[in-house]
Design a protein around this ligand. Structure first.
Ligand SMILES: [Zn+2]
Length: 92
């Protein structure tokens, strides 16, 4: 009879939930931290060179999406490769 009340608070939490979901859910293709660190420079250089490393290394791409620590390392490496330290990052 009152099933409309339960949806009343929906709306703004969507992004947060998807980020939390990404945090909790491990992609089965995820290559893991060890592989990510091993190939971090290769991955970054492909990105800097305008390629899409996610095509060549889907497991690494899945990992950088899922692992905030490795994503930060990648961003830091990219910043040093491109000399761009102010690209709207929230990491500072
Ligand atoms: Zn990692």
């Amino acid at each position: 009879m009152e099933n409309r009340a339960q949806r009343a608070t929906g709306g703004r939490g969507g992004e947060l939930w998807s980020r939390l979901d990404a945090f909790l859910h491990t992609d089965p293709r995820d290559a893991g931290c060890e592989a990510a660190m091993e190939l971090l420079d290769v991955y970054a250089e492909l990105l800097v060179g305008g390629s899409d490393p996610g095509e060549r290394f889907p497991g690494l791409h899945a990992h950088f999406v899922a692992c905030g620590t490795c994503a930060e390392d990648l961003q830091g490496l990219l910043a040093s490769l491109t000399g761009d330290t102010g690209s709207g990052s929230e990491l500072d």
